[in-house]
Design a protein around this ligand. Structure first.
Ligand SMILES: Cc1ncc(COP(=O)(O)O)c(C=O)c1O
Length: 381
């Protein structure tokens, strides 16, 4: 028998992808807005560095990452956020996903309660439960821009103590962001209460409404998790990083050394060179901005006029409750009849997700126009 801890729910978006593939097998064309990944490839600088590295030997690297990459990541904090960071606090990981496992293992004991915003990215809760921790979902609302507030966190903590909290800005699936004050307030309150903060900053760089602030600016105790997957369009390369407090560097080195030895070398080489491809990535980001404009102007005319603030990342989280209270059925019909694939909110929110759909706008402008037209014709039919 498989262990009880392995019994985590699957990602429903994968079922949507499988259903899309069936429709495409009949010759129809589907507009894909279900999967949260960039359509563009990695920066040319990264590809060039990886090709050059292939000529040599691909061996293990240092467990915490190639030193020049760690230094380059530290420089990124000075350049982007005006934060002076000791490269010794940077850990290279296998995507941000690898970072979560390391952070949770390094910070929490079995049975510890860790707060998460609802709606939120499902693997947070699934990784925590697989590791024997207890995910504690806290409802968010428009009042706090759909983010965790210091007040809500403390209310839950007073009932039964929390050991940690995961925050994300910009967030998935909502695409909403916390402003710098809200982030600083939440971190200050959490740390005063001894609640460890993990800040998922994977969508940094993809901020449109206002600039995203890093938790590293506010606290040297917070664990920051980031990745080359989204801004740098490198999902399949599986490389990310963490910024950790000094006291966690050695424990995380021991954990990663045992769990993985090191992060794939080729991906690390490419990641370091990706920082030189920022102009190319800024052009990709401008494409997302245009897509965001097309959807925020077009979807209300098409009949989907309620959605959360479209602050960052590449997600639009639409409230479909006027048309349906079953997002799984709505997504299935929209896929079958309009050939537009989106992800039902129940993937991200067990409480209210039946009323929401997540659209990923990381495709082309032409696809966004097509999606708006198809949804409009479908909803009006
Ligand atoms: C909020 C959030 N965090 C983390 C991840 C994991 O990304 P990766 O492991 O590719 O860095 C994702 C992927 O979609 C995400 O949306």
């Amino acid at each position: 028998m498989p262990s009880k801890r392995s019994n985590v729910p699957p990602f429903i978006v994968m079922d949507v992808m499988a259903a899309s593939a069936q429709i495409e097998a009949t010759g129809a064309r589907v507009v894909h807005m279900e999967v949260g990944q960039p359509a563009a490839p990695a920066p040319a600088t990264a590809l060039k560095a990886a090709k050059a590295a292939l000529a040599g030997r691909i061996g293990y690297t240092e467990t915490l990452g190639i030193p020049t990459l760690r230094a380059r990541i530290a420089r990124h904090y000075a350049d982007t956020y005006d934060v002076a960071l000791n490269p010794g606090r940077v850990v290279v990981t296998t995507g941000s996903s690898g970072g979560f496992i390391l952070a949770f293992l390094a910070l929490f004991e079995t049975g510890d309660r860790v707060a998460l915003a609802n709606p939120g990215y499902p693997p947070y809760r699934h990784i925590l439960s697989a590791l024997g921790c207890e995910p504690v979902l806290i409802e968010t609302s428009a009042d706090t821009r759909w983010a965790l507030s210091a007040k809500a966190l403390i209310a839950v903590h007073r009932k039964k103590p929390l050991a940690g909290v995961v925050i994300a800005s910009p967030a998935n699936p909502t695409g909403t962001m916390m402003d710098a004050d809200a982030l600083a307030r939440l971190i200050a309150v959490a740390e005063t209460e001894g609640i460890r903060v993990i800040s998922d900053e994977i969508y940094h760089g993809l901020d449109y409404a206002f600039a995203a602030e890093t938790a590293a600016k506010v606290s040297a105790r917070a664990v920051v998790i980031n990745s080359f997957s989204k801004y740098f369009c490198m999902t399949g390369w599986r490389v990310g990083w963490m910024v950790v407090p000094e006291s966690l560097v050695r424990p995380i080195e021991r954990l990663q050394g045992n769990l993985a030895i090191s992060v794939p070398t080729l991906a690390q080489v490419a990641a370091e060179a990706a920082f030189d491809g920022r102009d190319e990535m800024e052009a990709v980001k401008h494409g997302y901005e245009e897509n965001r404009r097309i959807l925020t102007e077009g979807l209300p005319k098409a009949g989907l006029d309620k959605f959360l603030p479209v602050d960052g990342a590449f997600y639009l989280y639409a409230d479909i409750s006027r048309s349906s209270d079953d997002s799984l059925d709505f997504a299935k019909r929209m896929l079958e009849q309009a050939h537009v694939a989106a992800t039902p909110g129940i993937d991200f929110d067990p409480v209210n997700g039946h009323n929401f759909l997540r659209f990923c706008y990381a495709g082309s402008a032409a696809e966004m126009h097509e999606a708006v037209e198809r949804i409009s014709a479908w909803l009006k039919a």
